[in-house]
Design a protein around this ligand. Structure first.
Ligand code: R5P
Length: 329
């Protein structure tokens, strides 16, 4: 196995607080790099330290505001590290973008997730590290090795004290595409699972509920999804659950895209709490006391350490609990 010099962590401008949090967990200083735009809108990058033979991790989440700019920053940073003779470069994308564009399901549409995966490799990444891809198969779009983490174990650790094995609660997957992950989530909490069959209205981003599959006649529900964008999918689900008499609804999601006023509309829909993670920044105007953010920085830090030390990453997910600190804000 090649021996790289120490772990070096860098970030672009998409979510620097997350990279700082990972570095705090690792007990190292975030690497210094200039990443900014010239007046002509072109991005400039310069790594301010020697990276020769280092094990470099470039943390850049792809989403929230400025998703395309985040992508360009990442690609240009990868190129800079390649030309700086880094020993190994890992593109760390807590949220991967364009995941919904993963197949040619209409005439003359692209498979943008594949294009993005290719670009990350071509730009210079030797490995990728990400979390809860929209579909697991997207892993195969990369021709470089990588790891897909899941926020479900920390989320389960969060919910377990109040929900595990209770007979008055149900897990609800608001989308059939999420059925398998929803099943794992429900099984780990020892709860039944119900699904919502939804239909998207063309390419508008709107969706409607077609049918509820399973029993939702419980007092409490945890609605769980990989990401919330407009919030339409979850709000429709909440409305259906209320019609069925569910009194206490909490929502869990990994990636809080929360476009526009989605956060406010969602908390106003009558949910008790939205529990999400810090794979994406939550801008101040989206903050609400009912939104809890569970940090996945400890999980990324532990994974980075294992990648660097050549230890199993899979072993992290085989125990019932992650045994990592739960940091909730
Ligand atoms: C869709 O397949 C995903 O799992 C999410 O349900 C979807 O991206 C949520 O979008 P929105 O919040 O805009 O309904």
């Amino acid at each position: 196995m090649p021996v790289y010099r120490g772990i070096s962590v860098y970030t672009g401008n998409a979510h620097p607080a997350f990279a700082e949090a990972v570095c705090t967990e690792l007990g190292i200083k975030l690497g210094e790099a200039d990443v900014f735009k010239f007046t002509n809108d072109e991005i400039f990058v310069q790594i301010k330290e020697n990276a020769r033979e280092h094990d470099v991790f470039v943390i850049q989440t792809l989403g929230g505001t400025g998703v395309n700019e985040a992508i360009m920053e990442l690609l240009i940073m990868l190129d800079a590290f390649k030309r700086a003779s880094a020993g190994r470069i890992t593109a760390v994308m807590p949220r991967f973008a364009y995941g919904l564009s993963d197949k040619k399901d209409q005439p003359r549409v692209p498979i943008s997730a594949r294009l993005l995966a290719d670009m990350v490799g071509v730009a210079g990444a030797d490995r990728f590290l990400t979390m809860d891809l929209h579909k697991g198969q997207i892993q195969g779009f990369f021709s470089i090795p990588g790891d897909e983490l899941s926020a479900f174990l920390p989320l389960i650790d969060y919910f377990a004290p109040d929900y595990a094995g209770r007979d008055d609660a149900v897990v609800v997957a608001p989308d059939l595409g999420f059925a398998k992950k929803g099943r794992n989530f429900a099984e780990k909490l020892g709860l039944p699972l119900a699904f919502i069959e939804k239909r998207r209205a063309g390419n508008t981003g709107r969706s409607e509920v077609l049918e509820v599959i399973g029993d939702v006649n419980y007092r409490r529900a945890i609605v769980v999804d990989d990401e919330i964008n407009t919030g339409g999918t979850v709000r429709n689900t909440v409305a259906v659950l209320k019609e069925h008499g569910v009194k206490d609804i909490v929502v869990a999601c990994v990636h809080p895209v929360l476009s526009g006023d989605a956060a406010h509309k969602l908390v106003a829909s009558g949910i008790r709490e939205l529990v999400t993670t810090d794979t994406l920044p939550l801008s101040p105007e989206k903050h609400d006391p009912r939104i809890r953010v569970l940090s996945v920085a400890p999980l990324f830090a532990e994974t980075i350490r294992r990648i660097h030390d050549g230890e199993s990453v899979g072993a992290l997910f085989t125990s019932p609990s992650l045994q990592l600190p739960l940091r909730v804000s």
